[in-house]
Design a protein around this ligand. Structure first.
Ligand SMILES: O=C(O)c1ccccc1NCC(=O)[C@H](O)[C@H](O)COP(=O)(O)O
Length: 216
């Protein structure tokens, strides 16, 4: 079984970025959502992006953001991909992909089989769907350390590339990979010591657990 690609989301410091690179993560996520404890300004993201250049992919996370905000972030942080974490429709996702000419990922919150079925409507509009947990009303739409029933996406064979997110930690990610056979895992709070504070040791442990999950 090929090793799942790793995305470490909510990178907001140089130390966290270096830890993700050392751990051989494929993607670093920058959160552009002011209500998040992981929010980065376009200026902060630009500095991180400079360090990331050629070493790790740069994914910008947005929640129902307008074109102006996305445009500023894409240009400043030279993003390789947009991760849409709000209620963006397939049409909106396709419009952003055409406008910015970079990969678009759509996060879909999952609690039932109907939720996973929604992924098909994004075929042709996005490059990847990221199955994530539903979060309670009035809280952040992601990054809450909540997981969902992985059986809902086990061996998912949809028309789009996909990844798994939501409550993944160094302790449970190997089991998640074995059960779902996901090609990509995404974590944020599972590798933190406090909300918004990434822990280099936990990032390394997460990566080792991911690589270990392929050796069976
Ligand atoms: O991280 C945030 O603060 C955040 C805010 C608003 C929307 C999404 C957000 N994060 C998404 C992610 O970091 C991940 O893609 C995913 O939800 C996994 O998070 P976690 O359960 O903390 O590992």
């Amino acid at each position: 079984m090929p090793t799942a690609a790793i995305k470490i989301c909510g990178i907001s410091t140089g130390d966290a970025l270096e830890a993700a690179i050392r751990a051989r993560a494929a993607h670093a996520g920058f959160v552009f959502f002011p209500k998040s404890p992981r929010n980065v300004t376009p200026g902060e993201a630009a500095a991180l992006a400079e360090r990331a250049q050629g070493r790790i992919g740069r994914v910008g996370l947005f929640v129902d953001a307008d074109d102006a905000a996305i445009s500023e972030a894409v240009a400043g942080a030279r993003l390789d991909a947009l991760q849409l974490h709000g209620s963006e429709s397939p049409e909106r996702a396709a419009q952003l992909r055409a406008r910015f000419g970079i990969a678009v990922w759509k996060a879909l919150s999952v609690a039932t089989a109907e939720d996973t079925a929604r992924a098909a409507s994004y075929a042709g509009a996005v490059d990847l769907v990221l199955f994530d947990a539903k979060t309670p009303k009035g809280t952040l739409p992601g990054g809450m350390g909540l997981s969902f029933d992985w059986n809902l996406v086990a061996n998912w064979k949809g028309p789009i590339a996909w990844g798994l997110a939501g409550g993944l930690t160094p302790d449970n990610v190997a089991e998640a990979i074995r059960l779902t056979r996901t090609p990509l895992v995404d974590t944020s709070s599972g590798v933190e010591s406090a909300p918004g504070v990434k822990d280099g040791g936990r990032i390394q442990a997460f990566a080792e657990a991911v690589r270990g999950a392929s050796d069976f």
